[in-house]
Ligand binder design. Sequence first.
Ligand code: MOS
Length: 756
Amino acid sequence: MSTTYADKTASATGKYVGRAVDRVDGPAKTTGEARFAAEYPYPGLAYAALVHATIPRGRLTAVDTAAALAVRGVIDVLTHENAPPMKPAPKVSFLDLSTLVSGTPVNYLATDEVHWNGQPVAVVVAETPETARYAASLVRPAYEELPAAVDFAAEEGNAVPQKGNLISEAAADKGDAPAALATAAHSVDLTFSTPPHHHNAIEPHATTAVWDGDRLTVHEAAQNIAWTRRHLAQRFGVPEKGVRVLSPYVGGGFGGKGSVWAGTLLAVLAARATGRPVRLALTREGVYHTVGGRTPSTQRVALGSDADGRLTALIHTSVSRTGRAGGMGEPITAGTRHLYASPNIHLRQNVVQLDLLANTFMRAPGESIGTFAVESAMDELACELGLDPIELRLRNEPDRDPVGGQRLAHRRLREAYALGAERFGWSTRDPRPGVMRDGRWLVGMGVATAYHPSMRMPANVTVRLGADGTVVVRCGLQEMGMGTATVQAQIAADELGVPLESVRFEYGDSDLPSGPGAGGSAQTASAAAGVLDACDKLRRTLLGLARRVPGSPLRGVRPEDLEARDGGLYHAGRGQTYAEILAAAGRGHVEAESRAGMLGFMVRTLRERRQWVRAATGAQFCEVRVDPDTMEVRVSRWLGVFDVGTVINARTAASQLRGGIVMGIGMALSEQTLIDHRDGRIVNASLSEYHVPVHADIPRIDVQWLNEPDSTMPLGLRGIGEVSITGAAAAVANAVRHATGRRVLDLPITLDKLMG
Ligand code: MOS
């Protein structure tokens, strides 16, 4: 029997969990007291700047550094000819998950090979950042060019079947989907395309690296400090325990800070080579050239149904790209396995390698762009059938996993759509396209389903209670602005029955017990399991101390009957405060630890995968207004109703869910990374030319959740970091279809695609 955590809710008084608690790190951030990776002062600090290759593929024949070295204030220029060596990146293996942070296997400055346009080929270290950047502009690499494949559209025909891995299969077959499609009463068969995207966190990547002999301290903008530490120890051949990665504040990541990229490695290398503390803060353009973004995709979705709209065939195939030097095949059809009860399903993922920077994780890799295609196709099938698009989805809602047959842990999509339809006023929608108007604007309403799997990772946590009533919770996780630090403090406060103000949560330091990464929407549940376990152990320790004291009202009380409240332990109205227990026991503090081994974790994960399919889901409702002359699209209303289990903090959860929707609107209407097909150069590597939504683009976003615990998850909570970007682009496309009668298959939906 796999563990269920439903019982773990019993001990919580619920004073803080579920409330809209202010962020514990809010004051530090708003007053500027919070220091980010590029803000740590060190005596003798030097500054590094990168020189980027300007060809997509080839070899360096020479790097002329004379002019750069002649600039006053330049300390050194490192190239493949003089840089100290780094060890090669470890091969990615699921036996050591830390290997997942190798963004690319390219061994910077240890090779004369150029693998993408923008690859760092030299590092300038100088006394000021301005000097470093100016001198970097004077470095002249010379190349021998090799033929390169950089155009996804031209190369996608060379794609090969993608390999699956432990957490994501790359193909599925159930029944005979092509045959069922051919004989279906109704069908659609559409080909979609999505462009490359970049993360654009508000804080560009930055590293401050300091060596002291073999000991290394790195201030880093990271989503996984434990794996970053291990990676750096391996690359620089030093003991892991001598490496300390500090990342207390991170200005957004979205997956872009989930790997160790060039800036981090080269800052550490430059510090070692010069014997100085070195800071390397990437420019926005530098982020584009050294941190992988999201793959472009081409996707075919073909759906067949009977006369009533019950699916008889579901086909979803995809082509994505990686880099010839690294990257991960994006699991574009991964969500489609679980969405609809079709007797015939065919899923395939294909991938082509290009001479571009490795792609990487970006918010809901797979589901973000996969749901755009599937949920657009479902909308088109609804049009074909003359059926309401919500009704079509409800008719195909599965009772068990459509491919694997497992039980669905807590799926409430029907309820999400019912609540959403009511709240959004779906019944006011005239199903005919192009007839709803607001003055001269065309009005359209669209829906789409959101889907993202719920995962957990191992987390080690300690909890310490002092005689002064202070609780210190330690876990080396990351806070990128999502509310992580706040929600874990809320959980600990409730578990121990103490005021939130007396809980200090320490995180963002690799010297702490190793925590989960901020990725896969898994961090909150992973750490919560550790906090619950450590608090449980702490209560038992306190009870043990209390029971030893003659006359204690807790003598004879069983741990499971305890109530932690008002700064103490109680049963049936009688009990003792923690201060009394510690004083009677002559102890200054007590501490408890929760440890999670990787092996046990993997075994349990695989066993659970056979039993359960677990996911956060949601119903996205979008209303657009389209100018009938210019075809300008404005999103005018949004509602997302999510089934995400227990919500720990109403404020930070709402903010997370809204953020994903904003990113989905960007994906729908404006975001695209443009690559010069001649030389593989990113041509819009800036926020002035890569258009993320701004305030004026975003209406008030109404987010709701069903707030029913998922009994298979700690405290009944599911991750919420990614689910709300999924389905969002399709909801926009479907609303545009409703407003204009035009189905746009190619993101982003720019004016030109709606004209003529
Ligand atoms: Mo994410 S793409 O799991 O940071």
